[in-house]
Design a protein around this ligand. Structure first.
Ligand code: G6P
Length: 613
């Protein structure tokens, strides 16, 4: 979603700001803007569409200080007036603000500001911040005191940066429930603020994660940080763990395709710490994990999108292996439900980004209801999610740029399987020999994924059957039903084909009515205990003229014919089968979308990280 970048350096910073905006493009946006100083005055440039449009407008402008933004519309249409930065000019000076998040009391503030004579040009909630900061700057001795007062008056979630031409060497930032980091480079005398540390890769490598309500003041190339009580504080500097290569497409035509192919390595990296040993230890999940895993009686998994599907798969693993009841809930539903949570419940939040607003709100709600044990599975060590959890597991997929999640999903699954095994071991439900066997299978997993990637051409051969379809039905049973759901999600989000997943046993209760020669059916058909049941369901589809596309294992009993296409993935992989069966579905979605000429990395209307409700 929206992205912020701001910086001061000794030379021209405009080019850096544009490059950083390009690195933020993957988050999803519809307009972009930049404000900088020219001859001691604030100049603002905005455009609808790609950052490259803004780049053309900005041309070769020179400024050593600037703030820039990519906007993803929430309040107000996609147009130039609603694009950030928002400017407030009167009484001989200007204030310019960029904001991520939602200001909940913006309507009340707007009424007050209009009474004071401020004129609004946009439909956004964010514009109140520019006028409010202007009004407070007029009354205060410094911009930083003005921002302190603004912070007290606003309700909601925000990461904001601001400049004022009364303070020409200064950029201010503050944050609450939205990400903002400080980037520091003492050697080259430059300081930056960004909503996403990855955007700073290649510019500097020292990062400060701001705490809630911190105000940061960049002055010249120095910085100072003030906490909620307005005391000057030191915050820890950490090294930015991203290299430029991980945020470039390399030899691939899209990030999504690259990320699909990175899965063997991403899974290997994620499992690295666990597979060095011959036995699993709870301690790898945090200091209190052993005690918590021993006592836990119920698990609730909270997530959104693809991460939610990972949670659904984990339910099967944890219940079967560790015999602990698991419920899996969509975060946006859980957070507004009056749920009954028993003592000794472990709450697990799964999130690639660790910044998804609904997931964070649901976990905070659980904490406020008195739940002590909050476990985060996340791909970003420095995320908000990681800071609110007391147990955690970091998936080491590396930055995921494509909006459609792929390597984050398979690394989440690998982590959740390790968690299921560790819970089972702590509860004494698996033998030493079983544990060893599972660890051996996990060691083989990256290679197994790699060999499925070799099926890419076979998958590509199926594209012609889907390209011009309006609807596709995905079928699965048992633990592969969530994989069917994930396959349908992948296809719909990037190819814009309506795709729906059904548990195959439910066919007779509705979807059979949809079956005809225009509705391709993709079936996930591993050789597990349910394969015969699934085969019967597929025969029912064939009998009604349905066209079947089956992702099977060796030994699947149906034969190929004009209405039945089969790709076989090899021997059945037991518990790990979902991690393998999802890969052909990712590849199919990618190639169908690509064949339709879509921008697979940035599908229309979607954002990578959904940081607002
Ligand atoms: C967005 C992304 C999805 C992702 C979901 C949850 O919808 O486009 O790819 O699965 O958010 O994101 P999270 O970062 O919490 O896993």
């Amino acid at each position: 979603m929206c992205g912020i970048i701001a910086g001061i350096k000794k030379e021209n910073v405009v080019h850096d700001l544009i490059n950083c905006l390009k690195k933020l493009e993957y988050r999803g946006y519809d307009s972009a803007g930049i404000a900088c100083f020219e001859n001691h005055r604030i100049e603002r440039y905005r455009s609808v569409g790609k950052v490259s449009e803004l780049e053309k407008i900005v041309g070769s402008k020179y400024s050593n200080i600037g703030i820039a933004h990519t906007r993803w519309a929430t309040h107000g249409m996609v147009n130039e007036s609603n694009a950030h930065p928002h400017l407030s000019t009167r009484d001989g000076f200007s204030v310019c603000v960029i904001h991520n998040g939602i200001i909940e009391n913006y309507k009340e503030l707007k009424v007050l500001l209009i009474k004071q004579g401020y004129r609004f040009e946009s439909q956004t909630d964010s514009e109140v911040l520019a006028h409010l900061l202007h009004a407070e700057r007029k009354k205060s001795s410094s911009i930083i005191h003005a921002l302190q007062t603004v912070r007290e008056k606003i309700v909601g979630a925000y990461a904001l940066v601001a400049i004022c031409d009364k303070d020409p060497n200064t950029i201010l930032g503050t944050k609450k429930a939205s990400s903002l980091v400080l980037g520091v480079d003492e050697e080259n005398k430059q300081v930056f603020l960004s909503s996403d540390p990855n955007s700073l890769s290649g510019i500097l490598n020292q990062i400060v994660f701001l705490e809630e309500s911190d105000i940061v003041c960049l002055e010249g190339t120095e910085f100072s940080i003030y906490n909620n009580a307005f005391n000057k504080v030191d915050r820890k500097i950490t090294m930015l763990d991203v290299n430029n290569d991980s945020v470039s497409r390399g030899k691939y035509q899209s990030f999504m395709q690259k990320e699909i192919h990175e899965q063997p390595n991403a899974v290997a990296m994620t499992l690295e710490n666990f597979l060095d040993e011959n036995s699993l230890t709870a301690g790898l999940f945090g200091d209190i994990a052993k005690r918590v895993f021993g006592q836990v009686e119920q698990i609730i998994i909270i997530a959104c999108g693809t991460s939610y599907h990972a949670g659904l798969v984990a339910k099967y693993w944890i219940e079967e292996l560790a015999k602990i009841p698991v419920s899996v809930e969509i975060a946006s539903e859980f957070r507004y439900r009056k749920s009954v949570i028993k003592n000794k419940t472990l709450m697990i939040g799964i999130s690639q980004s660790g910044e998804t607003a609904d997931t964070l709100a649901a976990l905070n709600l659980a904490r406020n209801l008195g739940l002590e044990w909050i476990f985060g599975i996340c791909n970003v060590q420095e995320s908000t999610l990681m800071r609110i959890c007391n147990l955690s597991f970091i998936t080491r997929a590396g930055p995921e740029i494509g909006v459609a999640s792929t390597k984050a999903f398979t690394t989440q699954l690998a982590s959740l399987f390790i968690l299921a095994l560790t819970l089972a071991k702590t509860k004494s439900h698996i033998s030493v020999q079983d544990e060893r066997n599972f660890l051996t299978q996990l060691r083989h997993l990256p290679n197994a994924i790699a060999s499925i990637l070799h099926e890419e051409q076979n998958i590509k051969n199926w594209v012609k059957y889907f390209q011009n379809k309006q609807n596709v039905l995905f079928l699965g049973r048992g633990i592969h039903y969530p994989i069917a759901m994930e396959g349908a999600l992948k296809l719909k989000e990037i190819s814009y084909i309506h795709a729906e997943a059904y548990a195959a046993g439910e066919l007779k209760h509705g979807p059979l009515a949809l079956i005809d020669e225009n509705m391709p059916i993709i079936a996930i058909a591993p050789n597990d205990d349910l394969v015969h049941k699934l085969k019967n369901n597929l025969e029912e589809v064939k009998a009604r003229g349905g066209k079947l596309f089956i992702i099977a294992d060796h030994g699947f009993e149906l034969q190929e014919d004009t209405c039945t296409k089969i790709i076989s993935l090899g021997d059945h992989a037991g518990f790990l089968s979902p991690i393998l069966h999802v890969i052909p579905l990712q590849l199919l979605a990618f190639h169908v979308a690509d064949s339709k000429g879509h921008d697979v990395d940035k599908p229309r209307n979607l954002a990578k990280s959904v940081t607002v409700e």
